[in-house]
Design a binder for this molecule. Structure first.
Ligand code: IP8
Length: 259
């Protein structure tokens, strides 16, 4: 089984509120179908979640009444994005079912507190493709906070020990520096957790309340510590995702799991 994260910056335009990239998503769905692998799909919130979450400071927990409105609005938007993703998968004959974090998971000070892995297991057993996503959730200490897709990937991969974890991002992989700023940045085709420790990542310039690339690298380190291989691949070149899923060589970054 493979756990797949569709990044928010691939399936939405992160700079424009509520803009879904239908064509990109459809092409990714086609390639996921063609690869014919059992998957759990996690997707990010992109411009359906981060702009509102930032405006209402939802990741900092409950501080004022107005945030209740912000939580509810954000929840509706990420749910709407999830429906668009689901529709695209179904149009490509992938039997996807949505598992919503806000109604089935809780956090405690940003860490996973309660998560129903059995639901995922049951759907997988029946040959469904479970789809979950970055969402607003209840938090025991903070009142509420944000459960990012990356946190979901981290806990799901720890529980399910997939054959690999794939991050579909809007770059060719992990670079030696931020390629959007530094023209001399080089792609790391194969790397290890040790090498990742030495990387200095600069913050992405769009609203991202859950850490952007720097946060992702922290997540990958945790996945690798469970001996699982992680691959980062460019979602704007969907045939590369197919190759990664079926184990063929392509342009990507492979982070080997620690033995
Ligand atoms: O895009 C964030 O999830 P991510 C979820 O996976 C919200 O980091 C609501 C901003």
């Amino acid at each position: 089984m493979i756990i797949l994260k569709l990044g928010g910056s691939v399936i939405t335009d992160k700079t424009k509120e509520y803009t879904f990239k239908t064509e990109t998503m459809d092409k990714l769905a086609q390639n996921i179908k063609k690869a014919n692998k059992q998957t759990i799909i996690v997707h990010g919130a992109g411009s359906f979640g981060h702009i509102l979450a930032k405006k209402y400071e939802l990741n900092q927990g409950y501080k004022r009444l107005e945030q209740i409105k912000g939580f509810s609005l954000t929840h509706e938007k990420v749910q709407a994005l999830n429906s668009l993703v689901l529709k695209s998968l179904q149009n490509n004959d992938i039997h996807a079912v949505s598992i919503s974090p806000h109604s089935s998971m809780t956090l405690n000070n940003h860490e996973m507190q309660k998560m129903d892995y059995k639901i995922f297991e049951e759907y997988l057993k029946k040959n469904f493709t479970p789809v979950t996503f970055g969402d607003v959730v209840l938090d025991k200490t903070l009142g509420f906070s944000i459960c990012s897709g990356d946190l979901l990937i981290e806990v799901l991969s720890k529980y399910f020990k997939p054959e690999k974890v794939v991050f579909v991002i809007d770059e060719d992989g992990i670079y030696t520096a931020n390629p959007k700023i530094d023209k001399k940045a080089k792609l790391n085709k194969e790397t290890t957790v040790k090498e990742l420790e030495t990387l200095t990542t600069t913050a992405d310039n769009h609203a991202d309340v859950t850490g952007g690339m720097a946060g992702k690298i922290q997540t990958i380190k945790k996945i690798a510590k469970n001996s699982i291989e992680t691959i980062l691949v460019n979602g704007n070149k969907p045939d590369r995702l197919y190759k990664v899923l079926v184990g063929e060589k392509t342009i990507s970054t492979i982070v080997t799991g620690e033995k």
